[in-house]
Design a protein around this ligand. Structure first.
Ligand SMILES: [Zn+2]
Length: 109
């Protein structure tokens, strides 16, 4: 096997996995390291704890290393917080029409 037996993982790594999350996303960021690896789905934001060995087998590629320089060939996806999707809709630009003032001169009768 050409695969190294041990994969170095860092908190902050962004990885793409072979198997996608039920939400459809396959990009994860590593948030916790130990016997288990805590990863967060970048698509739906769910946090998952997984056995390290199991997780290592699922890694397809690193999109970004937490402790190293980002791999230049692969552009990391734009960080998109799913919860911060509160966008204000801007009203279409309109010239406020100047209100015509109708001046009525009260005629002295
Ligand atoms: Zn997900």
């Amino acid at each position: 096997m050409s695969r190294p037996p041990y994969v170095k993982l860092y908190v902050g790594d962004v990885v793409r996995t072979r198997k996608a999350h039920p939400c459809g996303g396959d990009v994860w960021s590593i948030e916790r390291l130990g016997a288990d690896v805590g990863i967060r789905c970048r698509t739906c934001g769910r946090f998952v704890l997984m056995e390290r060995i199991k997780f290592e087998r699922r890694i397809r590629e690193f999109l970004q290393r937490g402790n190293e320089l980002p791999i230049p060939e692969v552009a990391p996806p734009a960080p998109e917080a799913p919860r911060a999707r509160r966008q204000k809709r801007e009203p279409p630009l309109q010239d406020p029409q100047p209100r015509r003032r109708i001046l009525r001169r009260a005629r002295p009768s």
